[in-house]
Design a protein. Structure first.
Lengths: 154, 154
DNA sequence: CTGGTTGCAAACAATTTGCAACCCA
DNA sequence: TGGGTTGCAAATTGTTTGCAACCAG
């Protein structure tokens, strides 16, 4: 609806998601709707995890309903287009999965001003395998976030 | 109230908390009340993080109100007697801090049956310092939990 | 046309809070 | 006695869901 959108096929750089969306959605006989594209657009512009409410604010209440955002995030998450994060405040945050697959990374959040910094240091997968071996568990995953006080807030 | 309680001073083993509680509470001019001791007792018996609601069930609704448990957990957490965990389901869980200080550990949760296994493998503190150095952040902390499918559920 | 989607409002669930009665120190 | 505490109920807030109107394919 009344909002500019990347209908051009001139993919700037890491903008795979739009097409990935179409493919994956089609695979599940789901539809490519306005709200879904709008949400992806918001996520594509932001580099840090967003709250559902934040996504709503970026869109404007007229463009999409909060319930729709919740439902969309479930879907996008299941399709692997979006990843859910937990910053310890009990509010779900979502970030676009840029690379095709394992763009696995973590965040460093300032406990004072909530600034978020991306952490490239990936958690030692070796250790994860050790744990798997010792416990007998399979399909190991982990959630890891760092907290601290950023330079400005110290 | 009509419920047995450890009024005896025969500390079995790792039962520092009871005294630690008294000391720390006194330090803040707080009171050692029945509900607080009862909650600590429950936590002392359990080896895994408990939900506030689970704590309530262990106590019985007559012994302590849910709101009191929430308030107590805030207090106990601030005093460092209890540690809060996040298993990804948006429900806070609390575990007694056994050792005096850094009993820092993590958990491995089965995504099928919710079984919890304690993980001794502590996260490399060295890496945390590297992150601190690179980011300029101070007072680094981290939250880390593992997920997988336990042997029985595979 | 038609089944997946959306908006809106009601339903839920975890957590918080106001306030009068209550109790540890 | 008195200020910290508790119980109870109401209020908040994040998230889910029922349902009729809608729209992409």
């Amino acid at each position: 609806m009344g909002k500019h959108r990347h209908d051009d096929h001139s993919h700037g750089h890491t903008d795979v998601p739009l097409d990935a969306l179409k493919d994956k959605l089609r695979a599940g006989s789901r539809k490519i709707t306005g709200p879904r594209q709008a949400i992806l657009d918001v996520l594509r512009r932001e580099s840090h995890p967003l709250t559902n409410r934040e996504i709503l604010q970026h869109l404007g209440h007229e463009e999409c309903d909060l319930a729709t955002i919740y439902r969309s995030m479930h879907l996008l998450g299941a399709l692997g287009l979006v990843r859910k994060y937990d910053f310890g405040d009990g509010i779900a945050r979502f970030e676009l999965v840029r690379g095709d697959d394992e763009t696995h990374h973590h965040h460093l959040i300032c406990t004072a001003c909530a600034t978020v910094v991306e952490i490239d240091e990936c958690f030692p997968t070796a250790l994860e395998q050790t744990i798997a071996a010792q416990s007998g568990f399979s399909k190991l995953t982990h959630k890891l976030e760092f907290f601290g006080v950023c330079p400005k807030c110290q």
